[in-house]
Design a protein around this ligand. Structure first.
Ligand code: FES
Ligand code: FES
Length: 427
């Protein structure tokens, strides 16, 4: 570690940092939680700070270059309790929803020199927002640059008025604390080793070297966890979805599937330990085309004469999984929707358009990482602080997997930086 000194929001700071470490990580380790950690690749802008008055993506800025500089984070933008014109404009125009992008937005937008909407949109290329559609952000910037930011009017009844978000003042000053922004002292970190193969079976797994690494507290593989099939979708009881997941499994079904989990004193140690786990994979054939994956079902499901894969590899050939629509044809679930008499409707239609639409798989994007911190409290209750959208379904599932009564599991969520259904996915 190397010594470094700089100011943050006019506060002199003397600390140490690792060679090659980012300013983002250094600032967060110093407690500046308004500097948000998302992509760490310079794409989202959530980590924006000012260095000597210039906005930078702190995830790409080497911490050592901050030596002697003046750093400003969102927490230091308001002066003597007075919001800056840009903060006031964001508040006035409600230029946020979840607020996770807002610190970076305000710091980047303050540096803009234009009131032209198209130029503002182009200049904000490096700051992403999933919630707002950007319109209210652009309106905020135009208002601030035109000097039209007004204090948000206080509503009395709310009827017939736009009601400002209650936590707006906290959002524009970087005060909300999201899941990843707080942890109890001496929190351990978990890292997951993930499958490099689309379809494989673990012949053997040797964790000896990982367990011997100083700072490693626990290494888990499929041999250490209960084999209980569950659905990762956050739905109520009785859960209608395929029960086709296991905490850890000897069979791997996609690139990125979980192979092992390491708990260590730091995230860096856990990551290094994952690299030391030796896995002997039996790589299995994989079918990557959904039409080929359903085998001879293709003949009845598809109007065109396509080549059929008669014996596709099966993703779920284990007997414990259940509520899979058709495991023998790799069909996980079926949804049937309809309205009225389709045949009559088609017969009466003036034009019948027939086309095949291919939709790519799509993962919802939210700025705040789907993070979780958990601990056993003084009464032996498992407390889970998570950015989940479905705390009660998480509680149900944890009780099932670890055979705990409900009163022994408490799941809650603090501020959430967007979810969009993706955080309905549980474990
Ligand atoms: S975390 Fe720095 S740009 Fe996304
Ligand atoms: S308000 Fe921008 S990501 Fe939620």
């Amino acid at each position: 570690m190397l010594p470094i000194s700089f100011t943050v929001n006019d506060r002199p700071t003397e600390t140490t940092c690792a060679p090659g470490g980012s300013l983002l990580r250094l600032l967060r380790s110093e407690g500046w939680a308004g500097v948000h950690q998302v992509c760490e690749s310079g794409d989202c802008g959530s980590c924006t700070v000012w260095v000597d008055g210039q906005p930078v993506h702190s995830c790409l800025y080497p911490a050592l270059r901050a030596q002697g500089k003046a750093i400003t984070t969102i927490e230091g933008v308001a002066q003597d309790g007075q919001l800056s014109p840009m903060q006031s404009a964001f508040l006035d125009h409600q230029g946020f929803q979840c607020g996770f992008c807002t610190p970076g937005m305000i710091l980047s937008c303050t540096a803009l020199e234009t009131t032209d909407e198209a130029e503002i949109r182009a200049a904000m290329d490096g700051n992403m927002c999933r919630c707002t559609g950007y319109q209210t952000i652009v309106e905020s910037v135009v208002a601030a640059k035109n000097g039209h930011a007004q204090p948000t009017p206080v509503t009395t009844s709310g009827v017939g008025q736009s009601v400002p978000k209650q936590d707006g003042p906290k959002i524009v000053t970087g005060q909300p604390i999201y899941t990843g922004d707080w942890a109890p002292p001496a929190t351990l970190h978990m890292q997951v080793l993930r499958s490099p193969h689309s379809h494989a079976r673990i012949r053997s797994i040797d964790t000896t070297k990982a367990q011997a690494l100083p700072g490693v507290q626990l290494v888990l593989t499929h041999q250490d966890v209960p084999r209980i099939a569950y659905s990762t979708a956050g739905h109520g009881e009785p859960v209608p979805d395929p029960h086709d997941h296991y905490l850890l499994d000897a069979k791997l079904r996609f690139v990125g599937d979980r192979v092992a989990a390491v708990v260590a004193d730091s995230a860096a140690i856990a990551t290094r330990a994952c690299e030391l786990i030796e896995v002997d994979y039996e790589v299995l054939p994989a079918v990557l085309d959904p039409l080929q994956a359903i085998g001879d079902k293709l003949r009845e499901a598809w109007p065109e004469d396509l080549p059929v894969c008669e014996h596709p590899p099966l993703v779920h050939d284990e007997p414990e999984s259940y509520q899979i629509a058709d495991a023998a044809h790799n069909i996980s679930g079926k949804v049937t929707l309809g309205a009225g008499d389709v045949a009559t409707g088609l017969a009466e239609a003036e034009i019948v358009l027939t086309h095949t639409y291919h939709l790519p798989a799509c993962q919802h994007f939210h700025l705040e990482p789907h993070a979780c911190t958990t601990w056993l409290d003084e009464d032996g209750i498992l407390v889970v602080r998570s950015s989940t959208q479905v705390p009660f379904y998480c509680q149900n599932l944890l009780c099932k997997l670890f055979e705990l009564p409900k009163e022994k599991v408490r799941v809650y969520k603090p501020n959430i930086g967007g979810g969009f259904g993706n955080k309905q996915d549980m474990l």
